[in-house]
Design a protein around this ligand. Structure first.
Ligand code: GLU
Length: 481
């Protein structure tokens, strides 16, 4: 059997981490079995679907490296197919038009609540006579189309994650709505459960891999697969992603869309790696770092947990740093440039490339997220230095002004500046001023960086010198001292 799986996002928001993790599992499963991964955009909800969300979803999947083999297929372009399927169900008397008004449904729910019963539709329009139907139409009632659900029926499937599953027909809330209809009775907008099943059958989907919040839909959809086709896909319901308190991760937890993670400075490789671990573990459970291709080699649902997966920022940060630290500066710089640009730093990415690479080599080992490069290197891009309170306190100590003035003089007389020349100049100041080397170094750091801590001082100095701002800063510091 050819494995054919699909991701079916609704473009009603940006690519959500939960959908992206579902995409990861679909992709891994497809690649493991040399199958196909299909992208289907479920945009039948015209009011809430937006093209910019579709674009965000496509961009996010591409960025993560989750390439698809077919699609994107848009449900909005397949309305005819859904109408045909609905007509077939009506013709076979498996579906019918229901004219119950929203007010009647509310009253029904209230009475059920009063009797402490679970809310359900009571199938009251299942067997309307032609006269009754004509009367409702004459009243101008807007019908919906419902599929009959046998309350005594039993729905069973073997879930690849959760094992044997059994639902009673009576637990599905009564006959299910599959489409809206016009007052004339004409078939209108098809609804989610119907469209999914028509598509999965047409696209010959072998496995439906999606979040466990869809389990109740699966029970209903199985009834539709049985009515409309002769195959039912295999299901795998993946665990939800939870916040640190153990509740479903939601917008309230802050960042949830892939483009936000991207903006914060997570690399695609690290995020994909981390999402793979949200619910799945490799055969060697101590292995925490792998690319998607490595994970695909060993991916199976036997190693997917039933329990929800807690989102852990520290772990994601750690994984991200593990990808960033070994990256050569020539590659890392490419990833940092957009963040420096977004921060508004002025530089020429082509002409100043060697300088940018040198800067990358300096800060690369301390990065956790790419965006950290902004705060870490701001002092190197600024023209003038901003002194912290600590730095000012230090600069105002006895002997500092004289040491800096002497340094300025020694440096001004240098013909060429180099790391060696810088060291020699410091030694000369120590000797001439009779001060400790530590004091000169600390004063130099305060002058050049405006702070008492930061990346390697000599490297920072070389970078500032290339930008032609080191002497100016020493002068600025003398003025403070
Ligand atoms: N459009 C559904 C969603 O975004 C897809 C569910 C499915 O995979 O069938 O949740």
């Amino acid at each position: 059997m050819t494995v054919r799986v699909r991701l079916a996002p609704s473009p009603t928001g940006n690519l959500h981490i939960g959908t992206a993790r579902t995409a990861v599992f679909n992709w891994l499963f497809a690649r493991h079995h040399q199958g196909q991964f299909i992208l289907r955009i479920e945009d039948t909800d015209e009011a809430r679907s937006k093209p910019e969300y579709t674009q965000n979803i496509l961009d996010g999947l591409s960025w993560l490296g989750l390439n698809w083999d077919e699609g994107p297929i848009f449900q909005s372009k397949r309305i005819d197919q859904y109408h045909q399927a609905i007509q077939k169900l009506l013709d076979q008397d498996l579906a019918y038009r229901c004219y119950t008004t929203p007010e009647e449904l509310d009253a029904l729910r209230e009475s059920q609540k009063a009797r402490k019963e679970a809310p359900r539709y009571d199938n009251r329009h299942r067997n309307l006579s032609q006269e009754q139907e004509a009367a409702f139409i004459a009243e101008g009632r807007q019908p919906v189309i419902r599929v009959k659900i046998d309350d005594d029926g039993q729905i069973n499937w073997t879930d690849l994650v959760r094992g044997p599953m059994a639902w009673k027909g009576s637990d599905l809330g009564g006959d299910m709505v599959i489409a809206r209809a016009k007052a004339s009775g004409e078939i209108g907008q098809p609804l989610y459960n119907l469209a999914v099943v028509v598509d999965d059958l047409d696209m010959q989907i072998s496995h439906v891999i999606r979040g466990e919040d869809h389990i109740a839909n699966t029970a209903k959809q199985i009834l539709l697969y049985e009515a409309l086709g002769d195959t039912i896909p295999t299901f795998a319901h993946t665990p939800l992603i939870l916040n640190p308190e153990g509740r479903k991760l939601s917008k309230r937890d802050g960042v949830t869309s892939i483009s936000d993670f991207q903006e914060m400075g997570f690399t695609a490789e690290a995020l994909a790696n981390y999402m793979t671990l949200l619910g799945w573990s490799p055969t060697d459970a101590t292995q925490e770092l792998f690319l998607l291709d490595n994970a695909a080699e060993q991916f199976s649902f036997e190693r997917v947990n039933k329990a929800g997966a807690k989102f852990d920022w520290d772990k994601l940060d750690w994984i991200n740093s593990q990808y960033l630290h070994p990256m050569p500066a020539t590659e890392l710089v490419e990833r940092l440039i957009p963040y420096w640009q977004a921060a508004g730093f002025s530089f020429d990415p082509v002409a100043e490339r060697p300088w940018l690479e040198q800067l990358t080599a300096l800060i690369g080992p301390s990065l956790t997220r790419l965006k950290d490069c902004v705060d870490m290197s701001q002092f190197l891009f600024d023209d003038a230095v901003e002194f912290s309170e600590d730095a000012i306190t230090h600069l105002q100590q006895d002997g500092v002004a004289a040491a800096l003035a002497s340094l300025k003089q020694v440096l001004s007389s240098l013909e060429t500046f180099s790391a060696e020349a810088a060291q020699t100049s410091i030694k000369q100041v120590v000797k001439e001023q009779g001060v400790k080397k530590g004091l000169v170094m600390k004063s130099l750091r305060a002058s050049l960086t405006g702070s008492l801590k930061g990346p390697d001082l000599m490297e920072s100095w070389l970078l500032l010198h290339q930008r032609g701002v080191d002497l100016k800063r020493i002068e600025q510091a003398i003025a403070q001292a």
